[in-house]
Design a protein around this ligand. Sequence first.
Ligand code: BES
Ligand code: MN
Ligand code: ZN
Length: 510
Amino acid sequence: MGTMQTQLSFAPLAGIETEVLAILAVDQQTAKGSEAKPQPVLLTADRAVQAAAAEVLASGEFKAGANETLLLHHPAALAAKRLLIVGLGKQAKATVHSVRNAAGAAVRFIKPRGIRELTFALPASDPFAPAASARAAVEGALVGDFDPDTYRSERKDQSVQSFTLAAAAGADQSAVESAFAEGIVIGESQNFTRSLVNEPGNKLTPTILGQRAAEMASSVGLGWEVHSTEKIQELKMGAFWSVAQGSAEPPALIVLRYEPEGVSDGPVLGLVGKGITFDSGGISLKPGENMEQMKYDMAGGAAMIGAMRAIALLKPRIRVIAVVCATENMPDGKAQKPGDVQTAMPFSADKPGKTIEIINTDAEGRLVLADGLTYARQLGATHLIDAATLTGACVVALGHVNGGAFSNNDEFYAKFDAALATSGEKFWRLPLGEEYAEMIKSDIGDIKNTGGRWGGACTAAEFLKVFADETPWIHLDIAGVTWIEDSRPYIAKGPSGAAVRSILEWVRSY
Ligand code: BES
Ligand code: MN
Ligand code: ZN
């Protein structure tokens, strides 16, 4: 993780001595058509800052487009060495999520230029509520600071060493302070997830993922257990083991527990993550092209581990348990074969495990999650959420824009949907239904692990639903959103940390 130091300042902007003072601007232009000209306006009440920027804003060179940047040296009458203006786009569309991205864009502007210190001025006007903006800004700065080039002998981008958020002194001061502290936890947790997802399969085996989760858990005071083959077999996790049996690397069953003092009844939220540290497809081997990307097939598990870090530090008044099923999916003499029939983990002695006909060994995520969901219920989870890079079909449907979401309970899903407004992440709900269930019926056993060519994201979700049973459950398919293909002004290309913020926000809504 980066070494960025973060602090909050309530000093007047003009007097702040800093390498770069970043200030936000919106485009106030409302007219349409060829006559329309951008009208960039700074989001500050500071007269000295306005004066320093007046000439360049009048020039028309800067349009205040989203994440557009403009740098001025020696801004007149300011203690700052440079003034960086960052656009939020059209005023009517700018939100607190634009502020998050703009802070990331400011950090990513200075990083490759060798500047290591930045002061970011919080917007001073509606609709940017000070506390929410403070949180978003520091989240965005931390997320922007992350670069994936950890194994370069000479790293291209060095971390920004110091980030100061400059907020207006006033009535909101203590709310801003606590939101800022929250934002640090959230941004760092998202980056922790990203650092795990970024690791290649040889450096992050299931065992090492278990160690990283355990170290993190100990450092933030979570309970934890990491089991391997023996326990997986003892629990009769036949679906999880059917994937793990084909790899020379032992699997890891990672359990993290958050049990706040004095909360001994009420709901227990169960977070279940797919932790395939490399997905070759198994005997149903994937084509070679792009196979290297399948190192990120543990991103759902990593999202749960990152969310648990944030939960431990932000201390909501509810019990949360995370189960991550980590294994490689490999072809091997011992690997399972298409046509094999596996028996999933039994929930209890009088509820035997479902039998699963393996049609395609590349549909392994749903197998490990099946037993993960059952185990989470057995450990007492009353509400379930899972995250997984589950299907290419979800990427075809939603592209790299929205994650897929599914639920067996509308009321329950509404809580997650509400959390998205705070997290700023995009998920789109997709359907479940009898017809999809029909598509995964097996001739030889209870269900099969693929449902044919069409509706692949829905049949995969329908498969998982069987193992959620009657428990309210949400499934997040993050296959398309967990890896950013092209760098954006506010975030590097590579792991995104998708779902961490939404899961956390959802947990905190209890
Ligand atoms: N991990 C993949 C899904 C995936 C694809 C994630 C692309 C990220 C990007 C998953 O295990 C898989 O292989 N799914 C198959 C299922 C099929 C065999 C029914 C798929 O989507 O092709
Ligand atoms: Mn697969
Ligand atoms: Zn997979």
